[in-house]
Structure formats: C-alpha cells, structure tokens
Design a protein around this ligand. Structure first.
Ligand SMILES: C[S@@+](CC[C@H](N)C(=O)[O-])C[C@H]1O[C@@H](n2cnc3c(N)ncnc32)[C@H](O)[C@@H]1O
Ligand code: SF4
Length: 386
C-alpha cells in the first residue's frame, strides 16, 4: 500500500549570466533585464495549480535551484518565500537552500537572503584552478569563489555547500585532489563532488574538449578525493555528496529516499504520491521561460502530468536509493512504491550473484563493486529486465 512520504518544494530560476558549455540544466543566458516581478507572479500561479495535490501536507524543505537563483535579489527571494508560506504549511526550522554562482553573488545579497529565510547556501565553485575554470567557461576565478564563501560566512551563513566537479579537461589526479584540499581548507559544512559528464545538447557534447580524463582516471580521482574528504570529516553519504556529521542535505536526501516534491518554475518537475488513487504522479512544467511566463499570465495549465506505472517503480526507486550509502529497507520500498517486496526478487538474485548488492535482513545497499558498476546495477531493475 502506498503511504505518504515527506514533501519538499523545489523552485527553479532559469537564468544565468552565461551558459556554461558543459551544462544541460534548464538555464538560459540573461541577455536583458530579468522579468523578476512577472516570474514571481508566475511561480505563485504555478504553485496554486499544484495545491489541490497536496492539501493538508506540510513542506519539510525548500530548494532554490537553477540556473542561477543568486541573480534574484534578497527582496525577490523574500517575496517568493512569503508567497509560499501564505499558500503552504511549512515545518518549523525547515532547511531552505539557495544556489549561488560566485560570479554573480553581489556580496550584500547574502545577508538579505538570510533575512528572507534562506539558511543554506550552495556555491558553484567547480574548481579552484583558474585554467580549469577558463576551460569550463566559468564567469569567476578561484579568488572570487573564495571571497564569495568568506562573504557568505561573514553574513552569517552557518550551513554552506561547495559544488566541485572533477574529470575536467586537462585535469590530473593531483589537480583534482588539490581542488578538494582547497575546498576543505575553507571548512564548509558540505561538499558536492560531481564527475563532469558530457551531456547531449551541450557545447561540450557537440565539440568535446581535448584531454578529458577517461573513466578509469575519473574513478582514481574519485577514490583519492573520497579518502581526503573522509579524513577531513566529510563523509560520503551519496555518490557525489559529502557532509560533516549532521549536515547532510535534507532536501536531496528526500529525493534519494523517493520522497515527494512539488516543483515550480520553468522546466521544474514534481513527484507526488496519491494514496487514495494508489498512484504516483509526475508533474512537469513548461521549459522555455517565455512560454512559462505567458502560460501563467493567461491562467493556462503550466505543464502536464504523467503517472509512474507500477512496473517502472522498482527502477525509479532504485535509481535513487542505490546512490545512497545507507541504501534502503524493504518496508520503505513497499510504502513508497505501493508494491510488494517480491517485485524485487529476480533483480536481487542477479545483483547478489554478481556481487553488486549487499543484503542484510530487510536492508540493502550497493556493495563496493556495485558502486563501481552502479548504472549496470540499476539497469537490472528496468521493467523488461526484472
Ligand atoms: C545549477 S548548478 C549550480 C549553481 C550555479 N548555476 C553555478 O553553476 O554556479 C548545479 C551544479 O551542477 C553541476 N553540474 C552542472 N553540469 C554538470 C555536468 N555536465 N557534469 C557534472 N556536474 C555538472 C555543477 O557542479 C553545478 O554547480
Ligand atoms: S553550471 Fe550553473 S551557471 Fe553554468 S549554465 Fe549551468 S546552471 Fe548556469
């Protein structure tokens, strides 16, 4: 039987100063002044369309992602958060994260974000090597990234994440390690460490840069960096996420535990459990900022719905759960997919036989070998395979 998991809220801001050549997020260069007021109004219209799906439920975290949410002023973020609080019940002391690009962060913005209710900042640093930053087309250098971090601290942020990427063009293991060491020296609460991937519909995909480390080199970097992070007190809890004790990202943990979330803003996605109908819904929103704004302004439906069919749910659940070091338990699989644990049996047998899955009592998680072949492991749960 499906039962209700926690509910989070994702808010997408779809503009950046300049599009990075590796990035496939729904982000668009801000060529002219941003239509901030129209977008705030559209977000509220969007949220109101979603409200009937979540009556009576309280929100346990909020995440402003992008694009570059730090292009919005503190007063715009304040307006959005007030609008959200007027329409939804918010749990006390909920985590509210905002992503910021060190090249856009007007440093006086930081304290106004805090005043608005943001209590966690995520800075897109990517690397502390100016050569790497140039090759990535970033709009900031390493010094600016450090200054942005220090300003955020000075403003009063006591929960900061730094995003780093590795396997960058022309990067060696020593360079990747040096990036991680420099991040550690700033003493943030959380570090996200992503392998750079070449995504379709990006400039890097169309014209791959030279000397991108291969998969084996990337794995070596990951292992080296993981040890350095662990020694410094940043414990891996998800494939790309490392945190000091008690500082894991509540919002992202909810995704990985197959929780529910509302997604508002251009191109945002939500996932909602409807126990009365025994269904799980995915709701998507129009991607192009202009179309999004005009749908909202004319009271049209801003997106559409899809249902997660029962036979796709094992894969969808595992896609998230197997990324977590803690793995998951069979009871939460049943509660969050509405399926019986028997639905996993055939894929479990194959995964255990290959040494990819550790199963103890009613818990399971990717084994060290399974982490190395995570995509192959997760594919075992595709409908045709199971
Ligand atoms: C929405 S962005 C973060 C905020 C802001 N836009 C910035 O870039 O500074 C989220 C993060 O995704 C990561 N990312 C983006 N494209 C990626 C790719 N192709 N491979 C791996 N990580 C990527 C970057 O680390 C980036 O900071
Ligand atoms: S990485 Fe960040 S700044 Fe660069 S295009 Fe993507 S969302 Fe924008």
């Amino acid at each position: 039987m499906l039962s209700l998991p926690p509910l989070a809220l994702y808010i997408h801001i779809p503009w950046c100063v300049r599009k990075c050549p590796y990035c496939d997020f729904n982000s668009h260069s801000a060529r002219q002044e941003l239509p901030v007021q129209a977008y705030v109004a559209a977000l509220m219209a969007d949220l109101e369309q979603d409200l009937p799906l979540v009556w009576g439920r309280a929100v346990s975290s909020i995440f402003f992602g992008g694009g570059t949410p730090s292009l919005f002023s503190g007063s715009a973020i304040d307006q959005i958060l007030r609008g959200v609080a007027a329409r939804l019940t918010l749990r006390p002391a909920l985590e509210v994260t905002l992503e910021a690009n060190p090249g856009t962060a007007e440093f006086d913005h930081f304290s106004s974000y805090l005043d608005a209710g943001v209590n966690r900042l995520s800075l897109g640093v990517q690397s502390f090597d100016d050569g790497c930053l140039t090759r990535l087309g970033r709009i900031h250098d390493a010094t600016q990234a450090e200054r942005a971090f220090e300003s955020a601290r000075k403003a009063g942020f006591d929960n900061i994440n730094l995003d780093l990427m590795y396997a960058l063009p022309e990067q060696t293991c020593a360079m990747a390690l040096s990036d991680v060491r420099r991040a550690i020296s700033l003493a943030p609460e959380h570090i996200s460490h992503y392998q750079m991937t070449l995504e379709p519909n990006t400039v890097f995909y169309a014209r791959p840069p030279e000397h991108v480390p291969d998969e084996d080199a990337a794995w070596d970097m990951q292992e080296l960096c993981q040890v350095a992070l662990d020694e410094a007190g940043y414990h891996q809890y998800e494939v790309s996420a490392y945190a000091r004790t008690g500082r894991q990202c509540a919002h992202n943990l909810n995704y990985w535990r197959f929780g529910d979330y509302l997604g508002i803003g251009a191109g945002a996605h939500g996932k909602l459990t409807l126990p009365a109908e025994q269904t799980i819904l995915r709701r998507w929103k129009v991607k192009q900022p202009q179309s999004y704004l005009s749908s909202a302004a004319t009271d049209q439906r801003i997106g559409g719905d899809e249902w997660i069919a029962p036979d796709s749910r094992p894969f969808e659940f595992m896609l998230n759960a197997l990324r977590l070091n803690e793995g998951a338990d069979l009871a939460s699989f049943e509660a969050r997919t509405g399926l019986c644990r028997d639905a996993l049996q055939s894929a479990f047998s194959k995964a255990v036989a290959r040494g990819w899955l550790d199963v103890t009592e009613d818990r399971f998680r990717a084994s060290p070998l399974g982490q190395r072949f995570l995509n192959d492991l997760i594919e075992l749960f595709l409908p045709a395979q199971a």
